[in-house]
Write a protein that binds this ligand. Structure first.
Ligand SMILES: [Zn+2]
Length: 402
């Protein structure tokens, strides 16, 4: 395996463990090049299934179980805390709320730190260890910070997180503190925090933001585990919340590889749902534009996707187009209503995750999804990630009732 530039017109190749954050030729995104002469898909499906009976920490991890499609590391370098293995949960009230018959949630919020970020962080942190890093850093709206802090602590590295001051849920901040991360507050938005961090990359810090190609590889395994759970029967639709677009980028790459090597014979339509106040990708889709115009002051109650300048939009767009999917946005009111129903279904999630259900309802109302379609929605964060939002919503409801 090696790193390659994502831009097919450039296609520069780099050593797999090169520390570059972007293509040295064109400054474009990098990705891990997974090329095999041949793959026995049926044998691998059986092997992955059998690994669920194993006590090897790599087999217990829902990421490293699929390690044939990940960069190879010595077993003692792998930083894992049992991430992945998240269940598929059928929606009942949620399905009738959205007007669909066959809705399941893949709840990535049931990972070690309560968020999908752990799936990428286990691979990114392992790469950091492998390359001899001492300090790892990220800019974050909170979830990445909590995940980086946990995995850095496990690896014995210094974790440093750049957060937009006053815009991070206290639950996430508390997690980062609990895991012993150094916290640097930046005045401004997530995008400002990221820019501040990018200026520091020549100071010997290993950068673990979502453009890190190793994190994308870990997140990619979500689709391996999902299809494994579905006995490799591909759902009609996959619905994903869209913030920095790392997840949809990773899922698009997973579909590409699974189709190419014969694990599946069709693709689910991938639908990305953004919050209306932080919707540059939905705007691009509506306008049919070729370039993303950032939203300069993103605003939404779904803080995990309050991002105005998503870095991975080109990769995400490739996946959406390749699968015949689409991009849309939903309002904060629609997100809050959907979140409440997910809670009443006994599932629960953070506000950003509920954008998926709001999006499904919107597409169903406008008849863009058939009632009987099989739909999997990705929930990215646990309900306890933003308790303030829940308490405030309940207080508002009580105030209305009296
Ligand atoms: Zn390039």
């Amino acid at each position: 395996m090696q790193l390659r530039c994502f831009d097919p017109d450039c296609a520069a190749k780099l050593d797999l463990h090169s520390p570059a954050l972007a293509c040295p030729k064109c400054d474009g995104l990098l990705e891990v090049d997974v090329e095999f002469p041949s793959v026995d898909a049926s044998a691998l499906k059986t092997l992955w299934s059998e690994r669920r009976m194993s006590r090897d920490p790599r087999d217990i991890s829902g990421v490293w179980r699929y390690r044939e499609f990940l960069p190879a590391y010595p077993a003692n370098e792998i930083v894992t805390i049992g991430e992945g293995n998240t269940p598929l949960v059928r929606g009942h009230r949620t399905a009738s709320f959205a007007g669909v018959a066959n809705l399941q949630f893949k709840h990535l919020g049931w990972n070690p730190t309560g968020c999908f970020k752990d799936l990428g962080m286990t691979v990114g942190m392992t790469e950091a260890v492998h390359t001899g890093a001492k300090v790892v850093a990220c800019a974050s709206t909170g979830n990445t910070a909590a995940s980086l802090a946990a995995y850095a602590a496990r690896a014995g590295l210094v974790g440093r997180v750049y957060l937009p001051a006053g815009q991070v849920s206290l639950n996430k901040l508390a997690q980062a503190l609990d895991f012993g991360a150094e916290i640097v507050e930046i005045e401004g938005s997530f995008d400002d925090a990221l820019n501040t961090l990018l200026e520091k990359t020549n100071e010997g810090i290993y950068f673990l933001n979502s453009i890190n190609p190793f994190r994308i590889e870990g997140q990619k395994t979500t689709m391996f585990e999902l299809l494994d759970q579905l006995d490799w029967k591909v759902p009609d639709y996959l619905v994903v919340p869209g913030g920095n677009l790392g997840n949809s980028a990773a899922f698009g790459k997973a579909f590409d590889e699974l189709l190419r090597y014969g694990f599946i014979d069709k693709l689910p339509r991938m639908i990305v749902v953004q919050a209306a106040g932080a919707n540059p990708f939905a705007q691009l889709w509506r306008d049919g534009a070729d370039e993303l115009s950032p939203v300069t002051e993103p605003e939404t109650v779904a803080t995990a996707i309050r991002i105005g300048n998503p870095r991975s939009w080109k990769k995400s767009l490739r996946g959406v187009r390749h699968t015949g999917g689409q991009v849309l946005d939903v309002t904060d009111e629609e997100i809050a209503a959907a979140k409440a129903v997910i809670g009443r279904d006994g599932i629960g999630c953070e506000p950003a995750s509920a954008a998926t259900l709001a999006g499904i309802r919107k597409l169903r109302v406008s008849n863009q999804i058939p009632e009987g379609a099989s739909i999997v929605a990705i929930l990215t964060g646990h309900a306890l990630k933003d308790t303030n939002f829940i308490i405030k919503s309940q207080q508002r409801e009580l105030a209305h009732a009296h």
